[in-house]
Design a protein around this ligand. Structure first.
Ligand code: ZN
Ligand code: ZN
Length: 253
């Protein structure tokens, strides 16, 4: 499995892109501003888009990408998200005011199909088994556990402390954990308020972990990235922790 990190920042500026992971060229996991790095040909290769939640930094690439490939697409693109997120996309994005309703365009063969999924659901997409997992965030949010043959990774989505995460990790033991640590410890109140982790919360989150996955930190707030990673390393010296990097291609094999 090949995971291309097109965007993994908690903000923009200086070329930073927001959450956008492309898996094996055809599966998009969140559609942030990282979508804009893809060529037309690569945009046309995307078959499925799996969305964690409706916050703008995770969906903004979707309407723009759809309108870009609208008149060239061969088969519809399937979009999967929690029911509340699907409703929000229909009501607030594809509503003819913010953007055309591409679920009805072109009339004879609409370019997108929106599908509701619930926590606990298992999707089978392109040879991958994708489990919808819970997340803790101010708006309905999911994470995803993505498996293909013997390999798997778990992306928490945006999430604060998640009571079920350690159990899920111990049960499935994905080799890679992509986890949201947006703020440094100094910003704990803000992290709690906005549903993200700090390094200390990460340490708490991983306390009952029974194995050692590779941990990739994502959604770091621009300007404090190094500080967040230093704090993670100080608090969790025995874990394999790296900052997820834009442009990085992770191969699980
Ligand atoms: Zn969010
Ligand atoms: Zn976000």
């Amino acid at each position: 499995m090949k995971i291309e990190i097109l965007g993994c920042s908690g903000g923009i500026g200086q070329g930073l892109k927001t959450t956008t992971f492309l898996v094996d060229d055809t599966l998009l996991l969140d559609a942030g501003t990282g979508v804009e790095l893809l060529t037309m040909e690569r945009l046309l290769n995307i078959r499925d888009v799996v969305i964690t939640h409706g916050h703008l930094d995770h969906i903004i690439g979707l309407p723009l990408m759809i309108s870009t490939i609208f008149d060239q697409h061969q088969a519809p693109i399937n979009v999967y998200a929690l029911p509340e997120v699907i409703t929000a996309l229909k009501e607030h994005i594809f509503n003819w005011t913010i953007w055309p309703d591409f679920t009805t365009l072109p009339e004879e063969n609409p370019i997108i199909r929106l599908h509701s999924v619930n926590v606990g659901d298992i999707l089978n997409l392109q040879g991958k088994v994708i489990e919808v997992i819970p997340a803790t965030h101010p708006t309905p949010t999911a994470g995803y556990l993505i498996k293909e043959t013997a390999h798997s990774f778990l992306f928490t989505g945006d999430s604060g402390l998640n009571k079920t995460l350690a159990t899920l990790l111990n049960q499935h033991q994905p080799e890679l954990l992509i986890i949201d640590v947006s703020f440094a410890d100094e910003s704990t109140p803000l992290a709690e308020q906005s549903g993200h982790l700090t390094p200390a919360m990460l340490a708490q989150q991983l306390m009952s972990l029974e194995y050692t996955p590779r941990i990739a930190i994502t959604h770091l707030k621009p300007g404090v990235e190094d500080r967040i990673i230093q704090q993670c390393h100080r608090l969790l010296p025995n874990q394999q922790i790296d900052r997820l990097k834009q442009g990085e291609v992770i191969t699980l094999r």
